[in-house]
Ligand binder design. Structure first.
Ligand SMILES: [Fe+2]
Length: 436
């Protein structure tokens, strides 16, 4: 029996959407154009993208590569298939015309060197096949390894080709054609893994930009303006979501994100790419747009595609075509060869098992259980398909609405689903943003 066969699913699988507890909101569309496609088209899509007109850059986040989980879990799920999904991501990005991929942290699931090596082996192969990679650490990437070891491990994936490196963090800057790309390290202090000689020590374990980092960024932003370069800026932790601004949320709190956001606004580059919350989301505030890219391993195995022309940035949510990757690379595992359909079934299992779990404390009748499961599944599916904003009234009148929230009383799923419904926005289907 192959190792993968040993991981075959043995029952309903929870695929860590719990991580999306701290979720998303889509705010007002300042200076944005909504996509033109019909809402009947599922988004993100696996359909081939048109050839790029400018620079096409893929952005993926929260890969949480963990080959240990792949072998120990005893079941097949997005999480246990993590090595395959990472490979499929890199293949899909290349096949859809990306000329570069940015990985915005939580590259591995716990900062062990052999897990990083499992990733760098795959990234090296992607680069050899023509897809350069730039990484930045998230809170799961440091400790036990320190910052210096991280920079050595990922030397080929951003640090060696950096135009400039910050001496006090793992932030760096690369120049790509007429772009300046700032890869910001937001994670060092939160992970307690500070060992760069230039990094100031501090007692707090909140995510944080040092004064040295802010000075370094400001110089680069000034230089970009003088040289007429467009600027893209990416990091792991978030700037705008409320949860990232409340000190009590220590794992999410970015202590001085407001100062960094102010710099981006001041220098006319008000856009930021992040991850960490495991959900696809768009935030806007005072002219600054923040795009959160989702967790790779959960339904729908999504990432972000950016098309950059001289006038605008076009964001297209993309679903990895795992089926096509599996067929082209000679995979024999049936689940991978039919992944999109299998994932849909997984979503039903996810709804069923979580309703059953909540019913242990807040019981429902048999009919209500089925209605609540259907409601849960429909909200999740609709959210990830990008049509939740158009179905709000329909969802609120589903028979499972009231039973679901009754059984979710005291569980995070209650406020999470309510927020999903309330904050759903067409921007999750993609948008076009002017550079200025
Ligand atoms: Fe994270």
């Amino acid at each position: 029996m192959t190792e993968r066969a040993a991981r075959r699913r043995t029952g309903p699988v929870l695929f860590l959407i719990l991580c999306v507890l701290f979720l998303s909101a889509c705010q007002t569309a300042e200076g944005m154009k909504a996509p033109e496609e019909s809402p009947e088209v599922a988004v993100p899509s696996m359909a081939p993208l048109p050839a790029p007109e400018g620079i096409r850059i893929a952005v993926a986040s929260d890969l949480h590569l963990d080959p240990d989980h792949a072998t120990r879990s005893g079941e097949l799920s997005g999480v246990s298939l993590n090595p395959e999904l990472v490979e499929a991501l890199l293949w899909d990005a290349k096949h859809q015309g990306a000329e570069l991929i940015l990985l915005t942290g939580d590259l591995v699931n716990g900062g062990k060197d052999y897990r990083h090596e499992a990733l760098t082996e795959r990234l090296r192969k992607a680069e050899a096949e023509g897809l350069p990679v730039c990484v930045v650490p998230g809170n799961h990437d440091l400790a036990p390894i320190g910052q210096r070891e991280f920079a050595e491990l990922y030397d080929e994936f951003g640090y060696a080709e950096a135009y400039s490196r910050d001496v006090s963090s793992l932030s760096y800057c690369v120049l790509w054609k007429d772009l300046m790309i700032l890869m910001m390290d937001t994670a060092g202090y939160s992970a307690g893994a500070i060992d760069l000689p230039g990094a100031p020590q501090r007692s707090s374990n909140c995510a944080f930009f040092s004064e040295e980092t802010l000075d370094w960024v400001e110089k680069l932003l000034k230089e970009a303006g003088e040289n007429d370069r467009h600027v893209l800026c990416a990091g792991h932790f978030n700037l705008l979501p409320e949860i990232s601004r409340q000190p009590e949320n220590s794992g999410y709190y970015l202590e001085n994100g407001d100062r960094f956001a102010a710099l981006l606004r001041e220098y006319g580059v008000p856009r930021y790419l992040s991850g960490h919350q495991h959900t696809r989301a768009v935030y806007q505030e005072n002219g600054l747009t923040e795009l959160l890219t989702e967790y790779l391993l959960a339904y729908p195995t999504g990432y972000s595609m950016l098309d950059l022309t001289d006038g605008e940035i076009r964001y297209t949510p993309r679903r990895v075509d795992v089926d096509a990757w599996a067929a082209e690379t000679g995979e024999t595992e049936p689940v991978l060869l039919n992944y999109a359909r299998w994932q849909q079934e997984e979503l039903h299992d996810y709804a069923r098992s979580n309703v059953a779990y909540m019913c242990e404390r807040n019981p429902l009748s048999e009919t209500e259980v089925r209605q609540a499961e259907e409601f849960f599944y429909t909200v999740m599916d609709s959210y990830w398909r990008g049509d939740l904003h158009a179905r709000r009234t329909e969802l609120e009148s589903m028979p499972g609405y009231e039973p679901f929230f009754r059984c979710a009383e005291g569980y995070a799923y209650g406020w999470w689903l309510k927020s999903l419904i309330q904050n759903a926005s067409p921007l999750l289907r993609g948008f076009v943003l002017a550079w200025k």
